[in-house]
Design a protein around this ligand. Structure first.
Ligand SMILES: Nc1ncnc2c1ncn2[C@@H]1O[C@H](COP(=O)(O)OP(=O)(O)OP(=O)(O)O)[C@@H](O)[C@H]1O
Ligand SMILES: [Mg+2]
Length: 506
């Protein structure tokens, strides 16, 4: 058994929530200061939220605490004692567990195997009957339901995220770090997850440090907040004594935190012509397990409109996106862009100006070890001006990348930095810069991360993140069991009503 509470050498492993302090912590990458003089106090048994814009240093800070990176200065105190955490194994021994912003599942293994592997101390001979019974009993203590025999590639992003969390919970952490755990969850799923970890903290077994971009979650589930801006801790407060407006102001550093996207949305809605850019008719798509995942789905998106597709993950949204972008066969139905049949071939994407922004862009749309400039050139490196007379003109790759970095506000050390060194939101910005460059008719965005300014581009479609949809979409449809079951204008959309339809309550 890999239960960390099992006595080792007769001594019981200590348990209970840990106190975490960082003192004057700094992290440099070359000459760039990702963290500077960060002092933060996280009280045991509390839920502490870490807020900040894309690139503020949130992931860097928690990676230091989880032993994934070593800070270049300052110290980390666990239960009041200074502690070196040189690697994740030491962090684990201390009782620190972390759910990363990027998925870390073994794709070819089942849910059960992924859960067992997480312990890192798998016995040579696995008593599967016993282990499965233990896993099933453990799952019963959580609000989540996952098929133990499913494999991650069959799971939607939301389900993978829950599995990542379960992997950590199974190890009974004393300090649980969550890096944007809800960015791919629906509000209901997020409430389930956050409600569960808050109870876990309240019970005194664990302290929770959570990174999120969502004020609603901070206000509802956290006890205290630390705000990072450009690598510095600029604001500390108790949730009881603050408001989303004050937090937004601390994040951006001045009083112009007003919602620009709402203004953009109103303008976009009035500009929306009656002509439909994208028309989907009677679409049927098969899922991984041979049943229809998308059932007779029809929708139309007007030019300039943002249509949000909401739904609990696993209700066919992933298959819908894949079928639209040509990664999955369509069993029946038709798709048209600007009145032309659209089968997602490369020439059609080019001619009809269709672009897509997939979920998990670092994995699905980038080559991690290549530079920002190289990744930005992936789509047109073989065309002028990036290539002429059969020669690749790297100077042009780099100068264009520098322009896009400025235009899209991408925080990076430069166009030559490997793209995997960028923060999650900045990877997405880089992909976005590449995808809809120039004039586009349709952008298909699957589960974009928070903080992207969609008002800046003519955009469209598909997120499992209701908070984001409510903020961005002109119109929202709800997908349940492969069908569209509800539709509402974005401006008058009601969270409760949408939620009820997402849960299949109508
Ligand atoms: N390994 C690295 N090498 C070089 N620079 C890095 C590395 N890791 C992070 N950075 C830089 O440090 C800054 C902070 O990144 P970090 O990932 O901590 O941001 P974040 O607050 O988590 O942002 P997001 O909300 O987008 O996830 C970014 O500018 C990033 O490019
Ligand atoms: Mg991050």
């Amino acid at each position: 058994m890999n239960d960390p509470a099992t006595p080792i050498g007769g001594l019981p492993t200590p348990s209970g929530a840990l106190a975490l302090d960082t003192y004057d912590m700094g992290m440099r990458f070359g000459s760039f200061h990702a963290l500077q003089g960060v002092s933060m106090k996280v009280a045991p048994g509390t839920v502490h939220a870490l807020l900040g814009e894309n690139g503020a240093g949130k992931s860097t800070l928690v990676k230091c605490v989880a032993g994934f990176q070593r800070p270049t200065s300052g110290s980390i105190l666990i239960d009041g004692r200074e502690q070196a955490i040189p690697n994740p194994v030491v962090a684990r021994t201390l009782g620190i567990g972390m759910v990363y912003q990027h998925f870390t599942l073994a794709p070819g293994m089942t849910v059960a195997e992924n859960l067992l592997l997480a312990g890192g101390k798998t016995p040579a001979i696995i008593d599967w009957k016993q282990q499965r019974a233990d896993l099933a009993a453990f799952l019963k203590t959580t609000p989540f339901q996952l098929d133990l025999d499913a494999r991650p590639q069959e799971l939607a992003a939301g389900e993978k995220q829950k599995l990542e969390l379960l992997k950590q919970l199974y190890l009974k952490p004393r300090l649980l770090i969550l890096d944007e755990p809800t960015s791919v969850l629906t509000p209901q799923e997020a409430d389930e997850v956050l409600g569960h970890v808050r109870e876990f903290a309240r019970s005194g077994q664990c302290t929770v440090l959570i990174i999120t971009h969502k004020f609603r979650e901070v206000m509802a589930y956290a006890d205290d907040v630390t705000v990072l801006r450009r690598g510095q801790a600029v604001h500390h407060c108790a949730v009881a004594g603050t408001t989303p407006a004050l937090l937004a102001q601390a994040m951006v550093g001045d009083s112009t935190a007003a919602s620009e996207s709402t203004a953009g949305r109103a303008a976009g809605a009035t500009n929306a012509a009656a002509t439909a850019s994208l028309v989907v008719n009677g679409l049927k798509v098969m899922g991984d397990r041979g049943a229809l995942a998308v059932q007779d789905l029809s929708l139309a998106v007007a030019a300039g409109e943002i249509l949000g597709v909401a739904g609990v993950s696993g209700n066919g949204q992933r298959e819908l996106v894949e079928a639209l972008v040509g990664q999955r066969a369509r069993t029946a139905g038709s798709v048209q862009v600007q009145g032309q049949p659209y089968a997602a071939r490369r020439e059609e994407n080019h001619a009809l100006k269709v672009r897509s922004l997939p979920e998990e862009p670092l994995r699905n749309a980038c080559v991690g070890d290549l530079s920002v400039a190289e990744n930005m050139a992936l789509r047109d490196f073989d065309r002028p001006p990036l290539c002429s007379a059969g020669r690749l003109r790297f100077g042009h790759w780099r100068s264009r990348a520098r322009e896009w970095i400025t235009d899209y506000g991408i925080k990076t050390q430069g166009e030559n930095a490997p793209i995997r060194s960028l923060s999650g939101g900045n990877v997405q910005r880089a992909v976005l810069a590449r995808e809809p460059h120039g004039d586009i008719n349709v952008l298909i965005a699957a589960n974009p991360v928070f903080g992207l300014d969609f008002a800046a581009v003519k955009v469209l479609l598909i997120s499992e993140d209701l908070d984001e949809l409510l903020e961005l979409a002109d119109r929202i449809v709800v997908m349940s069991d492969g069908r569209i079951v509800f539709e509402t204008p974005g401006i008058s959309a009601d969270r409760q009503t949408i939620g009820a339809h997402m849960g299949g309550g109508h």
